[in-house]
Design a protein. Structure first.
Length: 115
């Protein structure tokens, strides 16, 4: 079973940047898919960004051109660089991985974009 721990959330002003990190309990070389999802206040959980084991990426429409997802195999982590943040980016960000067909979720980290 893969354990995931997210970090890097916090309060940031509009236009600012944050970097989220999700550390996995085992090597990500065995993980085919890693992603970040967001659940805003009163909203459903939606895909923010995802990356496969061969480096293919996919982004939600609202974050294209602002967010960058990356894998760090040395640290068994997936990172999300978030730039030009807007209030609509506020929410709990969850890390998700798929290993051998099984979904694993982290507990989430809160990002608040507000002046």
């Amino acid at each position: 079973q893969v354990q995931l721990v997210e970090s890097g959330g916090g309060l940031v002003q509009p236009g600012g940047s944050l970097r989220l990190s999700c550390a996995a309990s085992e090597t990500i070389l065995s993980i085919s898919y890693m992603g970040w999802y967001r659940q805003g206040p009163g909203k459903e959980r939606d895909l923010v960004a995802a990356i496969t084991s061969i480096g293919n990426t996919n982004y939600g429409e609202s974050v294209k051109g602002r967010f960058i997802i990356s894998r760090d195999t040395a640290k068994n982590a997936v990172n999300l660089q978030m730039n030009r943040l807007v209030p609509e980016d506020t929410g709990v960000y969850y890390c998700n991985v798929v290993q051998r067909g099984i979904n694993y979720w982290g507990k989430g980290t809160l990002v608040t974009v507000s002046s």
